[in-house]
Design a protein around this ligand. Structure first.
Ligand SMILES: [Zn+2]
Length: 364
């Protein structure tokens, strides 16, 4: 465990570790880069480094242990999508009046607050920044040395951005704000100028494949390539990618698309969707199915757009080409919103198989 797990962007990693070595930890930091560059992973690693109970050393620079109580608790936020989905689901269970007041925030550790864009608009909202302000000025770190506030998106509502600016103008002591951004140009220039900016590049597919060859030797040829492509250049995702589960979901996703586009006989689809039940297992299985269907639809978009080299499911590219012939952008749009509906229904705890069937019907 430690920074050796972080592949690529060595210069940025080194600068961050040096800031801890020289005790000049930035008060505001922007990590900019494409999806999969490791912005969030690096932010969590930095928070662990600063708050680790028994920091170690590697290559002459401080490193985090990965096993102390602070390190392990901060690491609980690693699967951002899953933690946000849980927070959104529990908000959906609240009474209408409370729902309006509740903003999505993750707090894996008393001194670490993670601020994802708040659905359904997927923007950072004023209520979220107010909570940050409250914690930053009135709640000094309790169990760690320094508080961290990690904004996972730089898409802010206007008044939220203005409030954040006030924090940056009078930075509270013992805390670091980290803003993750795919596009720093969308931030207020006054925010950008008050933060230290680091740009991260995505890890190329070939580098990921080489890493997988040594770290997951059981993955051969096309499977290794599939995992590398499905991971969006993200090392952590590639190392943990459950290819068997994905292939099972993909098979069902293909059946949905075939039923919708080619074969209006729904009996085999119904047999399959019957296996999608309620409970936590069923929820995960349905989520995997939605993600797999999304991946196939994105690939079909790449084929329609004439960029087959960007198709991630290369091993079934021929099948997707055949399936996608006659599909247009309008259909792809409708398919994406139908998927979003199923996900929403899942949060409302509708019978899962019913909503999957409804999705397939609406696409045909
Ligand atoms: Zn530690």
């Amino acid at each position: 465990m430690g920074f050796q797990e972080f592949l690529g962007n060595a210069e940025t990693v080194q600068r961050l570790r040096e800031s801890v070595l020289h005790q000049r930890i930035p008060q505001a930091l922007i990590l900019a880069g494409p999806k999969g560059a490791g912005k969030y992973t690096l932010a969590l690693m930095f928070a662990r480094l600063v708050n680790c109970h028994s920091p170690t050393e590697s290559n002459g620079l401080p490193d985090f242990c990965g096993v102390c109580r602070n390190c392990t608790r901060i690491a609980e936020a690693t699967d951002l999508d899953a933690r946000v989905a849980e927070a959104v689901a529990s908000r959906d269970d609240l009474r209408e009046t409370d729902k309006k007041e509740t903003r999505i925030l993750l707090q894996p550790h008393p001194d670490i607050l993670i601020i994802p864009p708040d659905p359904p608009q997927n923007l950072v909202k004023i209520g979220q920044v107010r909570q940050v302000i409250h914690n930053a000025y009135y709640r000094p770190p309790i169990e760690g040395r320094r508080s961290f506030f990690i904004f996972t998106s730089s898409a802010f509502m206007k008044e939220a951005a203005n409030s954040l600016l006030k924090v940056l103008e009078e930075p509270p002591p013992n805390c670091t704000l980290i803003l993750l951004s795919e596009n720093p140009a969308e931030m207020l220039p006054t925010i950008r100028s008050r933060a230290m900016l680091h740009r991260l590049g995505a890890v190329p597919v070939e580098t990921l494949e080489a890493l997988l060859a040594t770290r997951r030797p059981e993955l051969k040829g096309p499977r290794r390539s599939l995992v590398a492509r499905m991971s969006h250049g993200a090392v952590g995702r590639a190392l943990g990618f459950d290819v068997e589960a994905y292939l099972a979901s993909r098979q069902d996703a293909l059946l949905i698309l075939k039923t919708a586009l080619r074969d209006p006989d729904f009996s085999s689809l119904f047999r399959t969707t019957e296996t999608y039940k309620g409970g936590a297992d069923g929820q995960q299985k349905t989520l995997n199915l939605i993600r797999a269907t999304n991946a196939l639809i994105e690939d079909m978009l790449m084929l329609v757009a004439g960029t087959p080299q960007l198709v991630r499911n290369q091993d079934i590219a021929a099948e997707l080409t055949q399936l996608g012939s006659g599909v247009n952008l309008d259909w792809i749009d409708r398919a994406a919103s139908a998927l979003a509906e199923v996900e929403k229904g899942m949060r409302r705890n509708l019978l899962r198989n019913v909503s999957i069937d409804a999705m397939a019907l609406s696409l045909s």
